[in-house]
Ligand binder design. Structure first.
Ligand SMILES: *[C@@H]1O[C@H](CO)[C@@H](O)[C@H](O)[C@H]1NC(C)=O
Ligand SMILES: *[C@@H]1O[C@H](CO)[C@@H](O)[C@H](O)[C@H]1NC(C)=O
Ligand SMILES: *[C@@H]1O[C@H](CO)[C@@H](O)[C@H](O)[C@H]1NC(C)=O
Ligand SMILES: *[C@@H]1O[C@H](CO)[C@@H](O)[C@H](O)[C@H]1NC(C)=O
Ligand SMILES: *[C@@H]1O[C@H](CO)[C@@H](O)[C@H](O)[C@H]1NC(C)=O
Ligand SMILES: *[C@@H]1O[C@H](CO)[C@@H](O)[C@H](O)[C@H]1NC(C)=O
Ligand SMILES: *[C@@H]1O[C@H](CO)[C@@H](O)[C@H](O)[C@H]1NC(C)=O
Ligand SMILES: *[C@@H]1O[C@H](CO)[C@@H](O)[C@H](O)[C@H]1NC(C)=O
Ligand SMILES: *[C@@H]1O[C@H](CO)[C@@H](O)[C@H](O)[C@H]1NC(C)=O
Ligand SMILES: *[C@@H]1O[C@H](CO)[C@@H](O)[C@H](O)[C@H]1NC(C)=O
Length: 426
């Protein structure tokens, strides 16, 4: 503190009034030399809170010269920079502030939320992009299952870097995502709040289903069900909006599993979603998402999360014939975009030694007998878990259960994780 008061710290061209000992002292700031700054900066760290101190539109916060986001060190979203520590910031187009000819800048910590850019101190909050940073997808053409290949979701950043946040295993024949993968850490519980939801993007995928977004229109869904089942009583499936009995684009990797708004926006790709009943989406599925985030935070775990779909939901028509539900049939009568029978989430530690599979039935109309016969595909060990607050046997909210990872993987066969003896994460 003595150091601070005794130094006349000067910022070029700016005059400020500071309150000190009840007197108003005009302080002229000027940067005399790097040495002067270094002395001053040595006194305090910078704390940048992701909910308080990010400009809008926000840049990406990157570990300098790496392909990694700068992650907050604690669970309330504080990024702490040591004096002089650098952080790289990226905007896809231009910076609105500070002026920069480059799409990437490096700033270093002076104190609190004041950072140094091009030898000028600026407030971190004032740093803004011209537009939201663009997220993109990158097909790898690497096979992840039959007819399926891996696609990365992330950000193109300067110097040819790609910051990957989600990997997707997408089946191009059925136009459905088998699973997504992302990594989750304790800090992710301190995600940025109230980030507006953008529209879902189709991208270069769903080539057979040009109007995929329109299929989620409720009237359109009714038509699809009528065509598939020929029921006169079909309205039961879709009429009751109060009970949320209609299909939505259910996120696989959830929006708020990510810390930064820029990352949350990047979850809105249709390859990261599948048709899911809203009552399940907002019911037990959401409980699972929240429960997993909380578990990871409470136990300080770092985990892989695989979120996927399995099977095709089928309803009987009036002749008692079972009809799988696809949202679209292309001009060659190929059935595409299935409504999955199950949604699941596998939580697996980084060493693949401990984990759990959480599974939910995407059929709010099923009877309990049907659930037990057709939807419970492995030995239910949910009674051993005490960290989930779910209403798990509520069929409308999505009947949910848990299994050993090994056993579940053997049933679905989509993931080629070559491990055995994964202990149950209870
Ligand atoms: C990043 O790379 C640039 C040159 O490519 C170098 O000048 C700079 O010192 C590097 N920054 C860090 C923090 O490594
Ligand atoms: C820096 O932050 C500390 C603690 O929050 C506060 O006491 C101090 O006044 C701040 N300094 C400046 C220059 O804003
Ligand atoms: C993958 O495709 C091959 C060849 O068509 C087939 O033999 C195999 O059973 C398929 N695997 C699964 C798990 O469906
Ligand atoms: C991202 O970078 C790749 C390769 O550098 C390029 O092919 C692609 O068009 C870029 N995507 C966007 C959205 O800029
Ligand atoms: C729908 O109609 C069919 C035949 O009319 C009937 O068998 C079936 O039980 C009805 N479904 C429901 C859920 O009411
Ligand atoms: C569907 O039809 C089959 C054969 O008629 C019947 O065994 C089954 O119970 C029906 N399922 C439902 C849910 O009505
Ligand atoms: C389209 O395929 C379904 C079975 O998937 C079949 O019942 C129907 O008759 C076919 N329609 C045409 C026009 O071929
Ligand atoms: C993973 O394995 C490594 C090396 O075997 C070990 O050092 C580390 O503690 C393990 N991590 C966990 C989370 O078990
Ligand atoms: C799976 O792991 C076992 C032993 O850990 C190894 O012998 C086997 O070759 C592996 N299989 C594949 C397909 O990688
Ligand atoms: C599986 O794990 C148990 C307990 O951790 C251990 O006792 C057993 O030897 C392991 N089995 C194999 C095949 O690794």
């Amino acid at each position: 503190m003595f150091l601070l008061l005794s130094l006349v710290w000067v910022i070029i061209f700016s005059v400020e009034i500071q309150h000190s000992h009840g007197r108003e002292i005009p302080v002229f700031y000027e940067i005399k030399s790097d040495e002067g700054i270094a002395t001053l900066a040595g006194t305090e760290r910078c704390i940048i809170n992701i909910n308080e101190d990010l400009g809008n539109p926000q840049p990406l916060l990157i570990v300098p010269n790496k392909s990694e986001f700068y992650v907050p060190q604690n669970k309330i979203g504080d990024i702490t920079l040591q004096p002089d520590e650098q952080i790289e910031l990226f905007c896809s187009e231009k910076f609105k502030f500070p002026e920069s000819i480059s799409d990437t800048i490096v700033v270093s910590c002076i104190r609190n939320s004041t950072v140094l850019h091009n030898k000028l101190p600026i407030d971190f909050k004032s740093i803004k992009c011209d537009t939201n940073v663009y997220h993109t997808t990158r097909p790898t053409y690497q096979l992840c299952f039959n007819d399926s290949y891996l696609i990365q979701i992330g950000f193109n950043v300067s110097n040819g870097r790609f910051l990957d946040i989600i990997d997707v295993c997408f089946n191009t024949v059925l136009e459905t995502t088998l699973y997504t993968h992302h990594i989750q850490m304790p800090q992710n519980i301190g995600f940025q709040h109230s980030v507006p939801r953008p529209h879902f993007i189709r991208g270069q995928y769903f080539k057979k289903t040009p109007h995929i977004n329109k299929l989620f229109n409720k009237n359109k869904q009714k038509t699809i069900f009528e065509q598939t089942l020929g029921h006169s009583n079909i309205s039961q499936y879709l009429s009751d909006e109060k009970k949320s009995l209609f299909l939505v684009r259910g996120h696989l990797t959830p929006k708020v599993d990510f810390i930064f708004g820029s990352q949350q926006r990047a979850t809105f790709w249709l390859i990261n979603a599948a048709p899911q009943w809203q009552s399940f989406n907002a019911g037990n599925w959401e409980r699972i998402e929240q429960g997993v985030r909380q578990l990871i935070a409470d136990r300080d775990l770092m985990v892989n999360i695989f979120t996927g779909t399995y099977g095709v939901l089928a309803f009987n028509d009036s002749d008692g014939k079972s009809n799988p539900i696809f949202l679209f049939h292309d001009q060659n009568n190929n059935s595409v975009v299935p409504v999955p029978k199950l949604f699941y989430k596998i939580v697996l530690d980084m060493n693949f030694t401990s984990g759990v599979a959480l599974i939910g039935a995407n059929n709010p109309f099923a009877t309990i007998d049907e659930i037990e016969e057709e939807y419970v595909v492995c030995d239910d060990v949910a009674d051993q878990l005490d960290w989930l607050k779910w209403d798990r046997k509520n069929i409308v909210k999505g009947y949910t259960y848990a299994c050993e990872v090994d056993q579940f993987l053997e049933v679905i066969r989509h993931l080629s994780i070559n491990v055995t003896n994964i202990s149950l994460l209870v």
